[in-house]
Write a new protein. Sequence first.
Length: 286
Amino acid sequence: MTTAPTPPHPRPRAARPGPGGRHRPPLLTASMTLLVLLLALLGPLAAPHSPTAPLAAPFQQPDGQFLLGTDVLGRDVLSRLLGGGRALVLTALAGTAAAGTVGLAAGVLAAMVSRRLGDLLVRCVDALAVLPALLVVLVLAAGFPGSDAALIAAVALATAPFSTRVLRAAADTVLSSGYVEAALARGDTRRAVLRHDVLPNIAGPALMDTALRLVASLHLTATAGFLGLGPAGAAPDWGRMVSENAPGATLAVTPFLAPALLLVLLSVCVGLLAGRLADTVGRGAA
């Protein structure tokens, strides 16, 4: 007597937000984030003056020609503000992408190899986590002054260890579940399990972790600019603008306050979106 074959164990699908859209990011926060990002990326195209050429007396008050006044060297604050965000945002995004790629690869690899090899890999990554993030940025940025690649590498090295731990834990949870054991028992290869089971089910935690790392990358990149480790020469940078114009804040507040407000606004909005995304992923996992 023959029996009917057992149907394959269904793979779970990622939870999706309901039709009510209660898991969507707040419209105002998303709009503000998009607005600041567009200002940073497209601002250089709208600069009314050269962002590097002295045009008037230092710390001149806002007027019809210079809407936000001039800075410590007599350069147009508005032009420098419009041109100073692109390098910062692109460096933070590149550092986040590099950290996310390294963290995902190392975390999944540590989960799929043997426990001993996985622990050894995580211990090697933890050696970087012991170092203060700002120290890593200072060493690489100071060793290669004016190098965007060095700053991106520093940001990635400072944030990747935390991504590795988070994504290894997420992958461990998936690999220890019953449907993965059933898939291996019916003959699925580890590559198939990785492609069809592990990666789709850690996409939510990976996206959430990437958003959180972007906040850290923005802080580190802005700090590097504040310390004079950003773009070389007189190129505008929001962090550097805060640093170089702070001594003259009593003479003209806009050269110091305008870039500081944009940095705070961008960091807060991205942080709020990351927190909302974490809530959404957590509810979907539950």
